[in-house]
Ligand binder design. Structure first.
Ligand SMILES: Cc1cc2nc3c(=O)[nH]c(=O)nc-3n(C[C@H](O)[C@H](O)[C@H](O)COP(=O)(O)OP(=O)(O)OC[C@H]3O[C@@H](n4cnc5c(N)ncnc54)[C@H](O)[C@@H]3O)c2cc1C
Length: 513
């Protein structure tokens, strides 16, 4: 199926921009700030600018900027985390250009935290052999960065910010090059934006799973639309599960994240009996890599039959915890958990898409004029596992590179396209219980496509999810709910197919069989 939408009224209105950026997380905003002021540009988002993975990012951004560090060490640490599957050229670009992007952010007034001497407070995280993580607002790095970038974007004469506009599909001309995109406005009315350049900065796919740290907008629309337009996905089997999402008995789809830093500051993982089950599992105990901790917790929960484990950080004084982890402290308190007195209930949750839309070093997909950056893209820098705090750096480095390539394309001239109305496929309109279908897919992915995977389970899930995808492909229903459900089903099937093909356990992909 080429298009998710099926109804293209004759009088569909057109807008024109030189560049369309889909997504206002760090990748989309930073890209926009690097598009030459001569070119008109719009940024679309599904919801308000605050609803994104970027807004929620806590820990920080990694780059070799401290005096005892160098890009080569960052390069080596990234390759180790990626378990031999990183694209070394992409990693080289990431670690060597990254420090300058951090300096750019400082010039752009991102308020990174300072130490007592007034220097950047650079910390360490799991997998990094040097101190190289800059952070802002204590544990609110993403929010502070998005706020600063969005403020600068609002001052740009050439950039139009268009929140609550949902991109459904990428349009291409007779040569397969980008000519525009279809968009549903806030009333679900379809219009077309003509453009030769589209940057997909649409973030992750958390909604494919039952519980995720990602917000509701993370339905993978950019990935699914890219595939329908002819781009490739890569490394979809590699999904990072965060070991310590805040557990809740309220069946919430979005889990609040209890950052690694809490374990870094002495938090101990315990079961309900108070036993430290990480002891003996890995030499770093609670600070073992994310995938190892996520597996250890999952196995412990299967063994005990319980729904969650705990982090005990009660040894630290309340004043210190309140200052060091303001967001986590307050969020837990809101839920009746004073973390200076009570153990924090946690369980593994979907967190980050390591793979994505295959791109080159200039963030180009194989469709001319179609770019992808940030979490939606697979540049190859993460290999089989993402090193903590490398993802926001990837947003910056490859977002800037996408903009540079687009600016250079304009220098070559070229006609502005007028996107043709797609030919309707005229499928039957069928209203289904989309919420129920989503829940079914999310449960199957949780049970069979998650931290521990095996062939039988994945095949069982794939059969049912493919059936759902096929039903949704063959019929149609106007509106976002249908498109999001279709995208979730398509990507869930892609993840399972890739996971079945990779028979060995590597990085974030673990086969029990
Ligand atoms: C809780 C949490 C903590 C994290 N902590 C860190 C950390 O400390 N360090 C780090 O490096 N990384 C961290 N990450 C990962 C990192 O935040 C993300 O990978 C990164 O911010 C992704 O940025 P992005 O710009 O690619 O996408 P996002 O920030 O997710 O933005 C996606 C944008 O795309 C828009 N969009 C999506 N679909 C459509 C559509 N169909 N039409 C229009 N718009 C659309 C959305 O509205 C949104 O504006 C964390 C993630 C989470 C969830």
């Amino acid at each position: 199926m080429r298009f998710a939408t099926d109804e293209f009224p004759e009088r569909t209105s057109h807008m024109h921009f030189d560049v369309v950026i889909i997504g206002a997380g760090i990748a989309g905003l930073y890209t926009a700030l690097h598009i030459d002021g001569k070119h008109t540009c719009c940024i679309l988002t599904k919801e308000d600018a605050e609803v994104s993975n970027s807004w929620l990012a806590q820990g920080g951004i990694a780059a070799a900027i401290s005096l005892d560090d160098a890009p080569i060490y960052h390069f080596e640490d990234t390759l180790i985390a990626g378990a031999g599957l990183c694209d070394e050229n992409a990693v080289r670009v990431l670690v060597s250009e990254g420090p300058n992007d951090i300096r750019r952010l400082i010039e752009m007034q991102v308020p990174f935290d300072l130490d007592n001497e007034g220097d950047l407070d650079i910390t360490r995280e799991g997998g990094h052999r040097r101190r190289r993580i800059v952070h802002a607002g204590g544990d609110a790095t993403g929010r502070e960065t998005v706020k600063a970038l969005a403020q600068l974007v609002s001052l740009r004469q050439n950039v139009t910010f268009m929140p609550h506009n949902f991109c459904a599909d990428i349009l291409t001309d007779e040569n397969g090059a980008v000519s525009g995109c279809t968009v549903l406005d806030v009333t679900d009315t379809l219009f077309i934006i003509d453009t030769p350049n589209i940057v997909l900065a649409t973030g992750g796919i958390g909604q494919v799973y039952k519980i995720s740290t990602n917000p509701s907008v993370a339905t993978g629309d950019g990935l699914a639309a890219a595939v329908r337009a002819g781009a490739n996905l890569k490394d979809m089997e590699f999904i990072q599960f965060h070991p310590t999402g805040l557990w809740s008995d309220k069946h919430e789809n979005r889990a609040f994240l209890i950052s690694e830093a809490v374990r870094g500051e002495g938090g101990l993982l315990k079961n309900s009996e108070g036993e430290r089950f990480m002891l003996g599992t890995h030499e770093l105990n609670e600070l073992a890599p994310r995938d190892i901790v996520a597996r250890a917790i999952t196995k412990e929960l299967i063994r005990s039959g319980e729904t969650h484990a705990f982090i005990d950080i009660t040894a630290e004084p309340r004043e210190y915890l309140e200052h060091r982890f303001p967001t986590i402290f307050q969020e837990c308190l809101k839920r009746g958990i004073d973390i200076s007195k009570t153990w924090i209930p946690v369980c593994p949750v979907q967190h980050y898409l390591i793979g994505g839309i295959q791109t080159d070093l200039d963030a180009r997909t194989r469709v001319e004029g179609l770019y992808a950056c940030g979490e939606a893209a697979s540049t190859g820098v993460h290999g089989a596992n993402r090193l903590a705090s490398n993802s926001m750096l990837e947003c910056l480095v490859f977002g800037r590179r996408a903009a540079a390539h687009i600016n250079a394309r304009f220098a070559d001239g070229g006609e502005a396209p007028h996107a043709e109305l797609p030919v309707s496929e005229k499928r039957n309109i069928v209203k289904r219980d989309f919420a129920a279908l989503r829940t079914e897919i999310q449960q199957l992915m949780n049970d069979y496509g998650s931290v521990l995977r095996n062939e039988n389970g994945m095949k069982k899930a794939l059969v049912r999810i493919s059936e759902i995808a096929e039903e949704l492909n063959c019929s149609y229903y106007p509106g976002r709910e249908y498109i999001e459900t279709l995208n979730i089903a398509t990507l869930a099937a892609d993840i399972l197919e890739a996971a079945l093909l990779r028979r060995e356990s590597v990085g974030a992909h673990y086969r029990e069989d």
